[in-house]
Design a binder for this molecule. Structure first.
Ligand SMILES: CSCCC(=O)C(=O)COP(=O)(O)O
Ligand SMILES: [Zn+2]
Length: 202
Protein backbone atom coordinates (compact mmCIF):
# COMPACT_ATOMS: atom_id res chain seq x y z
CA UNK A 1 0.00 0.00 0.00
CA UNK A 2 1.33 3.47 -0.85
CA UNK A 3 1.85 6.17 1.77
CA UNK A 4 -0.95 8.18 0.14
CA UNK A 5 -3.33 5.19 0.40
CA UNK A 6 -2.46 4.84 4.10
CA UNK A 7 -3.04 8.58 4.60
CA UNK A 8 -6.46 8.28 2.95
CA UNK A 9 -7.35 5.49 5.39
CA UNK A 10 -6.10 7.59 8.33
CA UNK A 11 -8.15 10.63 7.25
CA UNK A 12 -11.36 8.69 6.56
CA UNK A 13 -11.13 6.96 9.96
CA UNK A 14 -10.40 10.25 11.73
CA UNK A 15 -13.43 11.88 10.08
CA UNK A 16 -15.68 9.05 11.25
CA UNK A 17 -14.31 9.25 14.77
CA UNK A 18 -14.75 13.04 14.94
CA UNK A 19 -18.26 12.75 13.54
CA UNK A 20 -19.21 10.07 16.09
CA UNK A 21 -18.33 12.56 18.82
CA UNK A 22 -20.26 15.45 17.25
CA UNK A 23 -17.19 17.54 16.45
CA UNK A 24 -17.76 18.02 12.69
CA UNK A 25 -21.40 19.13 12.23
CA UNK A 26 -22.68 19.70 8.68
CA UNK A 27 -19.60 20.37 6.49
CA UNK A 28 -17.42 21.62 9.37
CA UNK A 29 -13.85 20.54 10.00
CA UNK A 30 -10.88 19.49 7.94
CA UNK A 31 -8.21 16.82 8.30
CA UNK A 32 -4.71 16.38 6.89
CA UNK A 33 -1.76 14.02 7.01
CA UNK A 34 1.78 14.75 5.89
CA UNK A 35 3.19 12.29 3.36
CA UNK A 36 6.72 10.87 3.45
CA UNK A 37 7.59 12.82 0.28
CA UNK A 38 6.59 16.17 1.85
CA UNK A 39 3.20 16.49 0.14
CA UNK A 40 0.14 17.03 2.32
CA UNK A 41 -2.95 14.84 1.93
CA UNK A 42 -6.09 16.67 3.07
CA UNK A 43 -9.82 16.94 2.71
CA UNK A 44 -11.48 18.74 -0.15
CA UNK A 45 -13.51 21.80 0.75
CA UNK A 46 -17.12 21.06 1.67
CA UNK A 47 -18.78 17.72 2.24
CA UNK A 48 -19.43 15.93 5.49
CA UNK A 49 -16.24 14.78 7.20
CA UNK A 50 -18.02 11.79 8.72
CA UNK A 51 -18.86 10.39 5.27
CA UNK A 52 -15.57 10.94 3.44
CA UNK A 53 -14.65 8.68 0.54
CA UNK A 54 -11.20 8.16 -0.96
CA UNK A 55 -11.89 10.66 -3.76
CA UNK A 56 -12.51 13.37 -1.14
CA UNK A 57 -8.82 13.36 -0.21
CA UNK A 58 -6.40 15.36 -2.38
CA UNK A 59 -2.78 16.46 -2.17
CA UNK A 60 -1.29 19.93 -1.92
CA UNK A 61 2.29 21.18 -1.70
CA UNK A 62 3.79 22.82 1.39
CA UNK A 63 2.26 26.15 0.33
CA UNK A 64 -1.22 24.71 -0.09
CA UNK A 65 -1.20 24.56 -3.89
CA UNK A 66 -3.15 21.54 -5.17
CA UNK A 67 -1.15 19.15 -7.34
CA UNK A 68 -4.16 18.89 -9.65
CA UNK A 69 -5.35 22.43 -10.50
CA UNK A 70 -8.97 21.30 -10.70
CA UNK A 71 -8.98 20.22 -7.03
CA UNK A 72 -10.46 22.60 -4.43
CA UNK A 73 -8.70 21.99 -1.13
CA UNK A 74 -10.11 22.89 2.29
CA UNK A 75 -10.74 26.59 2.75
CA UNK A 76 -8.42 26.37 5.77
CA UNK A 77 -5.53 24.64 3.99
CA UNK A 78 -3.10 27.45 4.88
CA UNK A 79 -3.56 26.77 8.60
CA UNK A 80 -2.60 23.13 8.05
CA UNK A 81 0.43 24.14 5.97
CA UNK A 82 1.47 26.61 8.65
CA UNK A 83 1.42 23.92 11.37
CA UNK A 84 3.59 21.57 9.26
CA UNK A 85 5.97 24.45 8.56
CA UNK A 86 6.19 25.70 12.16
CA UNK A 87 6.40 22.23 13.74
CA UNK A 88 8.44 19.88 11.53
CA UNK A 89 7.53 16.97 13.85
CA UNK A 90 3.82 17.34 12.97
CA UNK A 91 2.49 14.46 10.86
CA UNK A 92 -1.27 15.03 11.13
CA UNK A 93 -3.58 18.02 11.76
CA UNK A 94 -7.21 17.93 12.90
CA UNK A 95 -9.73 20.76 12.92
CA UNK A 96 -13.18 20.40 14.46
CA UNK A 97 -16.12 22.56 15.51
CA UNK A 98 -17.27 21.18 18.86
CA UNK A 99 -19.95 22.84 20.97
CA UNK A 100 -17.51 23.23 23.89
CA UNK A 101 -14.75 24.94 21.84
CA UNK A 102 -17.29 27.20 20.14
CA UNK A 103 -19.14 28.28 23.30
CA UNK A 104 -16.15 28.61 25.64
CA UNK A 105 -14.16 30.66 23.15
CA UNK A 106 -17.08 33.10 22.79
CA UNK A 107 -17.64 33.38 26.54
CA UNK A 108 -13.92 33.88 27.30
CA UNK A 109 -12.83 37.29 26.02
CA UNK A 110 -9.16 36.95 27.08
CA UNK A 111 -6.26 35.70 24.94
CA UNK A 112 -6.44 32.08 26.14
CA UNK A 113 -8.33 29.40 28.02
CA UNK A 114 -6.34 27.98 30.94
CA UNK A 115 -6.70 24.31 31.84
CA UNK A 116 -5.39 23.40 35.31
CA UNK A 117 -5.19 20.37 37.60
CA UNK A 118 -6.72 17.79 35.27
CA UNK A 119 -5.06 14.37 35.02
CA UNK A 120 -5.80 14.32 31.27
CA UNK A 121 -3.42 17.27 30.78
CA UNK A 122 -0.72 14.59 30.53
CA UNK A 123 -1.93 13.80 27.00
CA UNK A 124 -0.23 16.98 25.80
CA UNK A 125 3.41 17.34 24.76
CA UNK A 126 5.80 17.78 27.67
CA UNK A 127 3.20 17.43 30.45
CA UNK A 128 3.95 14.87 33.18
CA UNK A 129 1.66 15.94 36.01
CA UNK A 130 -1.86 17.17 36.66
CA UNK A 131 -0.39 19.95 38.83
CA UNK A 132 0.12 22.39 36.00
CA UNK A 133 -1.68 24.91 33.79
CA UNK A 134 -1.84 24.50 30.03
CA UNK A 135 -2.86 27.59 28.05
CA UNK A 136 -4.98 27.16 24.93
CA UNK A 137 -4.60 30.36 22.88
CA UNK A 138 -7.74 31.97 21.46
CA UNK A 139 -7.64 33.86 18.18
CA UNK A 140 -10.47 35.93 16.78
CA UNK A 141 -12.13 34.33 13.79
CA UNK A 142 -11.32 35.74 10.36
CA UNK A 143 -12.58 34.68 6.92
CA UNK A 144 -9.19 35.76 5.55
CA UNK A 145 -7.24 32.61 6.42
CA UNK A 146 -3.86 34.02 5.33
CA UNK A 147 -4.39 36.97 7.68
CA UNK A 148 -5.50 34.64 10.47
CA UNK A 149 -2.31 32.61 9.99
CA UNK A 150 -0.19 35.73 10.55
CA UNK A 151 -2.03 36.32 13.86
CA UNK A 152 -1.48 32.71 14.98
CA UNK A 153 2.20 32.56 13.94
CA UNK A 154 3.85 34.23 16.99
CA UNK A 155 2.23 31.74 19.37
CA UNK A 156 3.85 28.62 17.92
CA UNK A 157 6.12 26.98 20.48
CA UNK A 158 3.69 27.76 23.31
CA UNK A 159 0.74 25.64 22.22
CA UNK A 160 1.08 22.13 23.71
CA UNK A 161 -2.68 21.55 23.35
CA UNK A 162 -3.28 23.32 20.03
CA UNK A 163 -5.36 26.47 19.65
CA UNK A 164 -8.93 27.67 19.24
CA UNK A 165 -10.39 30.10 16.73
CA UNK A 166 -13.08 32.07 18.56
CA UNK A 167 -16.63 30.97 17.80
CA UNK A 168 -15.22 28.54 15.24
CA UNK A 169 -13.23 25.55 16.50
CA UNK A 170 -10.01 23.83 17.50
CA UNK A 171 -6.74 23.03 15.72
CA UNK A 172 -4.74 20.12 17.11
CA UNK A 173 -1.79 18.22 15.68
CA UNK A 174 0.59 15.38 16.48
CA UNK A 175 3.49 13.37 15.09
CA UNK A 176 1.01 10.98 13.49
CA UNK A 177 -2.76 10.53 13.21
CA UNK A 178 -3.18 8.44 16.40
CA UNK A 179 -1.29 11.06 18.40
CA UNK A 180 -3.29 13.94 16.89
CA UNK A 181 -6.56 12.09 17.63
CA UNK A 182 -5.51 11.39 21.23
CA UNK A 183 -4.71 15.07 21.71
CA UNK A 184 -8.00 16.12 20.17
CA UNK A 185 -9.90 13.72 22.43
CA UNK A 186 -7.95 15.00 25.44
CA UNK A 187 -8.57 18.65 24.58
CA UNK A 188 -12.26 18.11 23.87
CA UNK A 189 -12.66 16.21 27.15
CA UNK A 190 -11.06 19.09 29.04
CA UNK A 191 -13.13 21.72 27.20
CA UNK A 192 -16.29 19.76 28.06
CA UNK A 193 -15.19 19.71 31.71
CA UNK A 194 -14.51 23.46 31.63
CA UNK A 195 -17.92 24.12 30.08
CA UNK A 196 -19.65 21.99 32.74
CA UNK A 197 -17.84 23.87 35.50
CA UNK A 198 -18.90 27.22 34.05
CA UNK A 199 -22.50 26.02 33.95
CA UNK A 200 -22.20 24.94 37.59
CA UNK A 201 -20.48 28.21 38.47
CA UNK A 202 -17.48 26.43 40.02
C1 LIG B 1 -19.97 24.99 7.72
S1 LIG B 1 -18.32 24.98 8.28
C2 LIG B 1 -17.57 26.43 7.50
C3 LIG B 1 -16.17 26.20 6.98
C4 LIG B 1 -15.27 25.66 8.04
O1 LIG B 1 -15.06 26.32 9.06
C5 LIG B 1 -14.70 24.35 7.96
O2 LIG B 1 -14.05 23.90 8.89
C6 LIG B 1 -14.86 23.49 6.75
O3 LIG B 1 -14.27 24.07 5.65
P1 LIG B 1 -13.71 23.15 4.46
O4 LIG B 1 -13.45 24.12 3.33
O5 LIG B 1 -12.44 22.50 4.97
O6 LIG B 1 -14.74 22.12 4.15
ZN1 LIG C 1 -13.57 25.42 10.39
Amino acid sequence: MTDFARAVQDILAAGQRMDARGWVPATAGNISRKLDDGRIALTRSGGHKGFLQAQDIITVDANGKPHRPEDRPSAETLLHCQIYQMDPTAGAVLHGHSVASTVLSMVETGPALYLSDYEVLKVFEGQSTHATTVPVPLFDNDQDIARLATVVAPSFGAMPAGYIIRGHGVYVWGKDMPTALARLEGLEFLLACALERRKLGV
